[in-house]
Design a protein around this ligand. Sequence first.
Ligand SMILES: Nc1ncnc2c1ncn2[C@@H]1O[C@H](COP(=O)(O)OP(=O)(O)O)[C@@H](O)[C@H]1O
Ligand SMILES: [Mg+2]
Length: 230
Amino acid sequence: MKIVSIKNQLGKDIQRFLRLRIKNGYYIEDTHQLTETILDHKISLVGTTKDGKVIKLIRARTWHEKLKLLWGKSRTHIEFYGASLLNEVGIRAPKVYELGIKLPWQNGSEFIGYYIMEDLRQADFQPIKPLIISNAINAHGKEIILHQLTKKLMTMKQQQIIYGDLHFNNVFFNTQTKELAFIDTGAKKVHSPSKFEKKFTQNIRKFCKGSARELFNKEQIDQLTLNLEI
Ligand SMILES: Nc1ncnc2c1ncn2[C@@H]1O[C@H](COP(=O)(O)OP(=O)(O)O)[C@@H](O)[C@H]1O
Ligand SMILES: [Mg+2]
């Protein structure tokens, strides 16, 4: 374990963290500097680092998210390990390299943790929603996306994995290889079949009423739920 400092574009300290995990072969630095901010909003700050990786700093949404840090169940942990879990079952997600949490003795920290991952754009992935909205993808491309998504959701169902935040800004597509990749990987196994079934159904229904409905028609969505037996 080591103390790591994250700095903004100007070299000013954003926050210091306790590094808990580092993946083999990843070059270890004690300072990470942001080079670009991709998104900075209520729940997170996402940017790139000098060495071309994506860093996500996570803000607590509720007070008990801070508590969850104590037993390794915070959003930072779930997203970091969720990415590995998805990759293990053959669902593409960013490779993750490093995980840290706020210094336990520091109260009032802005962020509860951070993790560093692969930049999917470097592997030619792009978020699906803007791709479809800008008409960069035609009707056939959309069919492919839906087909691939169905397959990946079926794998999740088979593996009893709940992927928390399913929508088309969190799913990326590689137009060359036709592969999908999932970010924002709050994903975990739910071992109780009844609990899993309930949660999975809830999530898919929410997705179908929201994000899917914006980009796909009723027949396509009905087909998705039929294939997933929901
Ligand atoms: N691994 C990644 N590669 C490329 N872009 C990413 C990656 N992770 C996040 N992003 C970008 O940052 C944005 C926010 O990330 P996300 O994890 O969805 O944050 P939030 O939990 O706040 O929604 C995404 O919409 C995407 O554009
Ligand atoms: Mg997101």
